[in-house]
Design a protein around this ligand. Structure first.
Ligand SMILES: C[S@@+](CC[C@H](N)C(=O)[O-])C[C@H]1O[C@@H](n2cnc3c(N)ncnc32)[C@H](O)[C@@H]1O
Length: 341
């Protein structure tokens, strides 16, 4: 029985966008799609211009956001960005922090300022957005202004050596911090994958790679303690997850939780930790923002599917599954692959 991995239950892109409708509505997106003989519309995801046109079209259609994405900067993909933000929303719900004014920090916001823009528009959170690259800061600020979100988002230029200490206002308490860190330790590593990612070298490369960058976030968090209620970071390499957790533990965090963010073939990892004595992140369910013992019917819907070699075991499985879930669909496949229900 194989469990399929899915995006966050609330991610709107669990249902793939209708490219045909998007192509009708957005002429710029239309330039990047191809239609096959059956009328199906295709997009080349390896082409940066196509991904950019898709992101721009979806930002406008689904979030009423007009965002400048410069050619020489990272093009953000929305399913991943939303998965991370929705997980942060889960954390805030779990910690009882979601029903008040939420204030977050995005470390390394990039030219797009994508996390703060989505956070402000979709969740009504206020955000401090930091960035070392002056040109990216300029574009990020104009993206904030263009969308009339300057009352919600403050963009700040920071020095290369600073991450949180000396950046955040130490008189304030922030609800969370987040970061999509530069993943690579050198330029050669960037080009090693099949699809070389977009973005300038400094956006993707940090001395010592993401581990050194995250180590600095953890060290700053130990110094700032409860000034930020929940510290979080994304991790690009699975092999780094355990060492990040080890460092969080060594820094004296009271509790932590981690999970996988799945979006198609791309998987990322996220870790959250806290120095708040009254928050126990380790009792949070990894798949959604509810305590582990919450009954299934109180959880957001998750879809599981599995295949059975023996139809005789179907009834027993159906009974068990129906005890736990509100809806069950059974499909049977014959050997010539025609579908029957
Ligand atoms: C992988 S990019 C992420 C951009 C954007 N958040 C996104 O998800 O599309 C990392 C960003 O961190 C910025 N950066 C690097 N060091 C930084 C630091 N010490 N403080 C703030 N930003 C930094 C880089 O310039 C780059 O824009």
């Amino acid at each position: 029985m194989a469990l399929n991995k899915f995006m966050h239950p609330k991610n709107p892109y669990r249902t793939p966008p209708d490219f045909k409708q998007l192509a009708i509505k957005y002429p710029e997106f239309r330039k990047h799609v191809q239609q096959d003989l059956s009328g199906k519309v295709h997009l080349d995801f390896k082409d940066e211009g196509s991904v950019k046109a898709l992101t721009n079209a979806l930002l406008d259609k689904d979030f009423s956001l007009m965002v400048e994405l410069p050619d020489d900067r990272l093009v953000p993909t929305l399913p991943l960005r939303l998965n991370y933000l929705l997980w942060i929303e889960d954390l805030l719900i779990f910690c009882g922090l979601a029903d008040k004014k939420v204030m977050g920090i995005d470390i390394g916001t990039g030219a797009s300022c994508i996390y703060p823009l989505l956070a402000a528009r979709k969740f009504d959170w206020s955000m401090l957005a930091t960035e070392i690259d002056k040109q990216s800061v300029r574009v990020a600020q104009s993206n904030v202004n263009r969308n009339s979100l300057s009352d919600k988002i403050k963009v700040e230029h920071v020095d290369v050596g600073s991450i949180l200490v000396g950046v955040v206002d130490e008189g304030k308490v922030y609800d969370f911090s987040m970061c999509n860190p530069p993943f690579f330790s050198d330029r050669c590593e960037v080009g090693r994958g099949n699809n070389a990612p977009s973005g300038l070298e400094h956006e993707l490369v940090a001395q010592g790679g993401e581990i050194a960058f995250i180590t600095k976030i953890i060290a700053d968090s130990a110094q700032l303690g409860q000034s930020v209620r929940l510290y979080t970071t994304m991790i690009g390499h699975k092999s780094h997850v355990s060492s990040v957790k080890r460092e969080v533990r060594a820094a004296g965090a009271r509790s932590m939780v981690s999970t996988e963010l799945c979006q198609g073939r791309t998987i990322r990892w996220v870790v959250a930790w806290t120095f708040m004595p009254d928050i126990d992140l380790s009792s949070m369910d990894k798949t959604c923002g509810l305590p582990k013992n919450q009954p299934h019917d109180k959880r957001p819907p998750l879809i599981y599917n599995f295949t059975l070699a023996q139809p005789s075991s179907l009834d027993a499985i159906k009974n068990k599954v129906q005890d736990a879930l509100t809806k069950l669909e059974v499909y049977k496949f014959s050997s010539n692959t025609s579908l029957w229900r």
